[in-house]
Design a protein. Structure first.
Length: 425
């Protein structure tokens, strides 16, 4: 079984909210922000917690808890994913919402940050039950979400079908179709070409740039990818296509390793057939924590928060870590990795491809004018490489880590938006 946030390295991990607050504190110190602005940025603007009752297929009723947190609205409507996982809790959602604010600001996307989730295990529900949970959760939030207010998207445990049910629920409530209400929708109802692979594409672009930056030619590089869902699977596939030798992949059920390189397309077929990477015949089983410590050039954590901690950062052997997941590295691990000369490309830069193409989807939906997949990809590449160049140059100039640099650029933009808007009343 792979390490989770509660068990990473056998010790209790730092909460994502503590990590997010710590990163904000470091950025605020660097920028010299006053205490009022710090307090504003440390607090979510708005939080909604709702009960999500579900009548199961056999007639019995369960009640789940759902949240939506809008961290900041200074630069535009809130934007952020919806997570269906038994681990969802308000502090996790608060942290993820704050990271969304920084991510949108860093990539200069005109949004604030939000996140939502329901504490439910989607694998325990039938499709009809999932639809009812999604619609009820959406219905409870209709007053605070929408194209000008807060635009949800898929995250852990949700997908384009979830988004289709959400947009339909909002549209039924309003009495007309509202395509800009969510992103990550199916193409048939206004999804953008290229959205489903956008996060992975961005992660891989940044990973390849980071490899070159350290003088490593991608076709001579090796990689390990944690998580084989919407992000991790695409990252593993695209790294493989770029000639990188992917030696290990994992999911919540276990990890597999092959020092000669895994055939990622064959792994993906195995996952489609069995639901997991476990028992893939072309690799040996390894423990989830071992994957994080493999001697590879590139490690891409693409699963959950808090997997690289003070307890295992000393054992990490990768030269570069590119964060496909949100919040996989705790502040303590960050310090250790920095001292050990390991490059960490932070989540708010590395996995921003998803929100960039979500923004494109929202723009296309609002204009009812659709771009080609090629246009989407070209614009995505230019945003990602622009973000990478900005952060790299500024990190070099100020001798700080990529995370400190990226967070402070983002926090400065949000603080400036707040300053010029002023405080009401
Ligand atoms: P997903 O539900 O599609 O996939 C999650 C994957 O992680 C699954 O393969 C699951 O088995 C695996 N996993 C869960 N716990 C694990 C553990 N302890 N060890 C190893 N693997 C584990 O979710 P996703 O959309 O791929 O999201 C993954 C991460 O990327 C999250 O942190 C999410 O917030 C972040 N993210 C997603 C997007 C997006 O567009 N989907 C965009 C930006 C960031």
């Amino acid at each position: 079984m792979a390490s989770g946030p509660e068990t990473a390295g056998g010790v209790e991990a730092v909460s994502p909210l503590d990590a997010a607050q710590d990163q904000l504190r470091v950025a605020s110190d660097f920028l010299g922000l006053d205490s009022g602005v710090r307090a504003l940025l440390a607090q979510p603007r708005r939080e909604v917690t709702v009960s999500v009752p579900l009548r199961h297929d056999d007639g019995h009723v369960s009640v789940f808890v759902g949240h939506r947190v809008q961290h900041n609205l200074d630069r535009g409507p809130a934007k952020g994913g919806v997570r269906f996982s038994p681990h969802v809790n308000l502090d996790e959602v608060r942290a993820l919402a704050m990271w969304m604010t920084w991510k949108c600001a860093l990539l200069n996307i005109p949004y604030g940050g939000a996140k939502g989730g329901v504490a439910v295990d989607p694998r325990q529900l039938s499709l009809a039950e999932l639809e009812r949970v999604t619609r009820r959760y959406t219905s409870e939030l209709v007053g605070v979400i929408g194209p000008e207010r807060d635009i949800p998207a898929p995250d852990i445990g949700t997908d384009e079908q979830t988004m289709a049910w959400m947009v339909d629920t909002i549209s039924v409530d309003r009495g007309y179709t509202v395509p800009g209400a969510v992103t990550g929708k199916p193409i048939a109802i206004g999804g953008s070409p290229g959205r489903s692979i956008a996060t992975s594409l961005g992660v891989v672009q940044i990973a390849l740039a980071a490899l070159w930056d350290r003088g490593i030619e991608p076709r001579h590089a090796s990689a390990a990818v944690q998580g084989f869902g919407k992000v991790g699977r695409g990252v593993a596939l695209q790294l493989h296509e770029a000639g990188v030798k992917v030696v290990a992949v994992s999911d919540q059920y276990g990890a597999i390793h092959n020092a000669a390189g895994l055939d990622i397309e064959a792994v993906a077929t195995h996952v489609d057939l069995t639901g997991s990477v476990v028992d893939y015949p072309g690799g040996d089983p390894v423990e989830g924590h071992e994957l994080l410590e493999l001697d590879v050039d590139l490690l891409a954590p693409c699963a959950i928060e808090g997997v690289l901690t003070g307890a295992n950062a000393h054992q990490v052997s990768a030269k570069i870590i590119v964060e496909g997941a949100n919040g996989p590295t705790t502040p303590e691990a960050d310090t250790i990795l920095q001292d050990r000369g390991i490059t960490v490309v932070p989540d708010i830069l590395a996995n921003a491809g998803g929100v960039v193409v979500s923004y494109f989807e929202w723009v296309q939906g609002n204009q009812a004018y659709w771009w080609t997949e090629r246009e989407v990809e070209t614009r995505l590449r230019s945003h990602m490489i622009g973000g990478w160049e900005l952060v790299r140059a500024e990190a070099q100039r100020t001798s700080r880590t990529f995370r400190e640099t990226a967070t402070s650029i983002a926090v400065a933009r949000v603080a400036e938006a707040h300053r010029v808007r002023g405080l009401y009343p």
